[in-house]
Write a protein that binds this ligand. Structure first.
Ligand code: HAM
Length: 431
């Protein structure tokens, strides 16, 4: 009886070699760009205390309320930390980076920490196109006393847009808003409460709950009726204090100077509690309902809220890798072709072939071999399938003469090359 097979968990996917090459390309372009802007990599654990996420993103955020993938507690209570504390897989990177910043006293070491990360995040959402339970983010956070400048906001936004351009995405919209200080944000929330209060009964069931718990979420509702109610409110930035408005104007002015196109969008509030001042989102029409390629913003109070110093401010963003790939229409880049594929016809020839392959690899030449001896026809078929530039044939004749026959798979021409000269021969061909 055949045994049942295992499948990848719903909302996750395998990245097979033909796609992994595209991931590597994106990651290496991202690393190059981060280096140009002087961002350094940080790697944090993929699970953290649940409380870290609840305190940073807010208990009433969708992520904390409904999407946390929590770890089961260790049955042997008390044996180690796992048994005593509650942990969850990280749903995003910002909270972990700020936790690491505080824990490692980075504020004592530098006035601005420019950090980037690339890695998997986990959210227990209902899977659909562009919405996964395990997805990957490329993100950056600039944290420190020196972070409190609108020019950094503009540079951060420019970096996120330039990353997308480097990946080959041209068709996107940058949406921009300012939430102001926590005091401005509270003013915004009370004016929303007053305006929406009279229409509360007409909102969808979910928004009626949002009205009580986190009123900003009403602005993100996809329900047509709720959207019409929100649009009739004619929301503007009038809740911003003079200082916050001036700050936002400087961000905008700086983006204009860099010729970065944006759309001001006073209803853009973002679903996470930690945001203050500038917030932004980058969307693409090609993505369907899950249209955000990335998003970010300032979070000036998070370091203090998580137990760090009160004068440290911060801003960051993250891009969703799977959505970038969808926007690129899943372009498949082919693997770097092999330089040499060896075929051998008996054990003696195999021994010699592995000796030569060792020399070639030590000199940085990509090569492989057909591990099974077979007929000339089947060997050449395997060589053809490998996509190699040259086939190195080691048959009886070649062994007698201490040579290999090297066949150019494009032109079909063949040359006899001394076995101790194959590396130099292939290098000369590559020049
Ligand atoms: P976010 O808007 O929750 O922000 O996520 C950022 C991006 O991650 C989204 O725009 C999207 O591209 C991708 N993403 C989110 N959820 C999923 C999912 N379930 N499946 C596939 N892709 C997804 C944050 O995470 C903030 N930490 C951004 C930030 C950094 N703010 C300041 N610093």
């Amino acid at each position: 009886m055949s045994k049942s097979k295992f499948l990848a968990p719903r909302g996750t996917s395998d990245i097979l070699p033909s796609q992994a090459i595209v991931w590597q390309e994106l990651e290496s372009k991202a690393r190059e760009l981060f280096c140009l802007y002087n961002y350094r990599e940080i790697r944090t654990p993929i699970f953290e205390e649940i409380e870290l996420f609840a305190r940073s993103m807010g208990q009433a955020s969708d992520i904390v309320e409904k999407q946390m993938l929590t770890l089961e507690k260790n049955k042997r209570e008390g044996e180690d930390g796992i048994g005593k504390k509650s942990y969850a897989l990280r749903p995003e990177g910002t909270a972990s980076v700020v936790r690491a910043y505080i824990e490692n006293n980075l504020d004592k070491k530098e006035s601005l920490s420019k950090l980037f990360y690339i890695g998997p995040m986990f959210r227990g959402e209902r899977p659909q196109k562009g919405r996964l339970r395990q997805f990957s983010q490329i993100g950056a956070e600039a944290i420190g006393v020196q972070s409190a400048t609108p020019f950094l906001d503009a540079e951060m936004i420019a970096l996120s847009v330039n990353l997308l351009k480097a990946f080959g995405i041209e068709d996107y919209t940058l949406k921009l808003n300012s939430l102001g200080t926590p005091k401005d944000k509270e003013k915004f929330a009370s004016s929303l409460r007053a305006k929406l209060g009279v229409k509360k009964e007409s909102l969808c069931q979910t928004c009626q709950k949002r009205f009580e718990k986190n009123i900003f979420r009403v602005l993100d509702c996809k329900n047509k009726n709720c959207q019409e109610i929100v649009s009739a409110l004619k929301i503007s930035n009038d809740y911003l204090s003079k200082e916050s408005q001036e700050y936002f104007n400087l961000v905008i002015g700086s983006l204009d100077k860099m010729s970065i196109q944006y759309q001001k969008m006073p209803t853009l509030v973002r679903g996470l509690d930690y945001y203050t001042q500038t917030v932004f989102e980058i969307t693409s029409k090609s993505l369907g309902s899950q249209d955000a390629l990335g998003a970010g913003g300032r979070y000036n109070n998070l370091v203090q809220d998580l137990g760090g110093s009160g004068d440290v401010e911060a801003i960051g963003f993250s891009l969703g890798v799977e959505r970038i790939l969808l926007a690129l229409d899943d372009q498949e880049i082919s693997n770097k072709p092999l330089d040499i594929y060896a075929v051998a016809f008996d054990n003696k020839a195999f021994e010699k072939a592995f000796e030569v392959l060792g020399v070639l690899r030590a000199q940085g030449i990509c090569c492989d071999i057909n591990y099974r001896a077979g007929s000339v026809k089947s060997q050449m078929r395997a060589a053809d399938k490998s996509g190699t530039r040259y086939v190195m044939i080691l048959g009886e004749d070649e062994m007698k003469k201490s040579i290999a026959t090297l066949k150019d798979m494009q032109s079909g021409t063949q040359e006899e090359v001394a076995l101790n000269n194959v590396a130099d021969w292939i290098k000369a061909k590559s020049c």
